[in-house]
Ligand binder design. Structure first.
Ligand code: AMP
Ligand code: ZN
Length: 453
């Protein structure tokens, strides 16, 4: 039984798909005005684990991900500059060149991190008619009003607006200043924005009698409904999407005639933090996957680092922690390479690892169990291979030759001499010293062998 924490019902629930063997999954994709940072990538890794666990449970997964290439403003509350237009000025390229460039960079990150490609990867600018149509439906159904700068969704027209995030009414929090402008209510949001008089935009379309462009949220409800329909299984994103983006997607979809509830399961991944703060593109604590590669660390070590934490817990990135994960993964592969073919796996061992994964994707627990059984040589390479369909860490890859530091080489040589002189005490002392430095010496008929301890 697979259980998942559902943000919609605020509890862990047994997952059963709407259709027997098929799961419909929508994950909010990147805004392609810049490289993804490793915090964004944490969210995509959690979504990849979800997809792989569903596949492990023998479901066919129809996975749709959007690419935001228009309409996401620098200020999430419908103000500020379009991030794509801003990126275009910064890089001296057209908005569509920027979109192509950073989409390709994102695909490379996906490949490096072993993220499965979505069944459908759809760009917002390729679905403008669908978005216009959904806005028109909302106008026809009486949910909108027009201001000087766009068409807005009137959030007081639906009774349960904000149910995903438990938003309380429209009142302002004491001490918080919000620029309402022509908006009627605090939570109202733009469905369609008009190009400002005198503004030149690269991306604008003729609709509703003027030139304009879509609001940020409409692309996700329009495209997910196009590809997955009026009622589908799972919708995911980072935790920051709960109060605004996903709340507004639900409002749009349900007001446009989708099933209520539109989506059965909403899953959200927690943040990756660095130096106590959320990693974000606007700050200088922005780290790319390439930064990790440039330090000679494999992206899979970053994946391993992420999987050692539960996706619903905040995780702090540090280079020390990443290096520890890098050593840990290499060591695991080495221990796996030493497993002999005669090892069998008790059904309880397999069940326990599976249960951990089925318990709201507890990869940390599953990896802990896996490594315990690798150490005690109670799991076979075949079973490890089946679980690596989920972890995707290349666990059976031939381990890299161990690079032994010079001081350890010297100690090994000294120990060899001690053994030749039958000075067993000295030999044992040196072995302990080597072990304290993180290496394990074993004596075989061919002499000493050395591995990571
Ligand atoms: P964006 O490209 O800004 O639209 O963000 C892409 C995804 O990354 C969204 O699902 C965000 O919720 C998520 N995200 C943004 N910052 C972080 C972070 N520091 N840690 C984890 N996920 C994040
Ligand atoms: Zn979205």
């Amino acid at each position: 039984m697979l259980t998942l924490y559902n943000t919609r019902t605020k509890q862990k629930e047994v997952f059963t798909p709407i259709k027997d063997n098929e799961v419909s999954l929508y994950t909010c994709g990147p805004t392609v005005y810049n490289y993804a940072h490793i915090g964004n990538l944490r969210t995509y890794v959690f979504e990849d684990i979800l997809r792989r666990v569903l596949m492990f449970a023998k479901y066919n997964v129809n996975h749709v991900m959007n690419i935001t290439d228009v309409g996401h403003l620098t200020d999430n509350a419908d103000a500020g500059e379009d991030k794509m237009e801003k990126g275009s000025k910064r890089d001296g390229k057209s908005a569509s060149e920027i979109a192509t460039f950073y989409t390709e960079a994102f695909k490379k990150d996906m490949k490096d991190l072993h993220l499965l490609m979505p069944t459908t990867l759809c760009a917002a600018t390729d679905h403008i008619p669908e978005q216009i149509l959904q806005v028109q439906t909302l106008i026809d159904n009486g949910y909108t009003y027009e201001t000087n700068d766009g068409i807005y969704f009137d959030t007081t027209k639906i009774e349960d607006y904000g149910k995903l995030a438990n938003l309380k009414g429209q009142e302002l929090q004491a001490g918080v200043r919000v620029e309402l402008g022509e908006k009627k209510n605090l939570h109202d949001f733009a469905l369609w924005k008009f190009t400002k008089p005198g503004e030149t935009r690269q991306m604008e379309w003729e609709a509703f009698g003027k030139k304009g462009f879509p609001g940020w949220h409409i692309e996700c409800s329009a495209m997910s409904m196009k590809y997955l329909g009026n009622h589908f299984d799972i919708h995911c994103g980072g935790i920051d999407h709960i109060p605004v983006h996903h709340t507004n997607e639900i409002a749009q979809a349900e007001a446009a005639g989708a099933n209520k509830p539109w989506v059965n399961f909403w899953l959200h991944g927690e943040f990756l933090n660095i130096k106590g703060a959320k990693m974000s593109k606007s700050d200088d604590n922005f780290l790319r996957l390439q930064t990790i590669l440039d330090k000679g660390i494999s992206p899979l070590s970053y994946r391993y680092f992420l999987l050692q934490a539960h996706y619903r817990k905040q995780l702090v990135f540090s280079w020390e922690a990443l290096e520890a994960a890098d050593n840990g993964l290499k060591n695991l592969r080495k221990q796996i390479a030493l497993l002999t073919p005669d090892i069998t796996t008790a059904p309880e061992v397999e069940d326990a690892i599976k249960e951990a994964l089925y318990d709201d994707l507890n990869t940390a627990e599953a990896l802990g169990l896996l490594s315990k059984h690798i150490k005690t040589k109670t799991i076979s390479r075949e079973i490890i291979a089946t679980f690596d369909e989920v972890f995707a860490l290349d666990l059976l890859e031939a381990p890299e030759p161990l690079s032994i530091p010079e001081d350890i080489e010297v100690l090994i040589e000294e120990r060899k001499m001690a053994r030749e002189q039958k000075d067993w005490k000295k030999s044992d002392d040196i072995r302990n010293l080597i072990q304290a430095k993180g290496f394990l010496v074993e004596d075989t008929i061919d002499g000493q062998t050395i591995s990571l301890s």
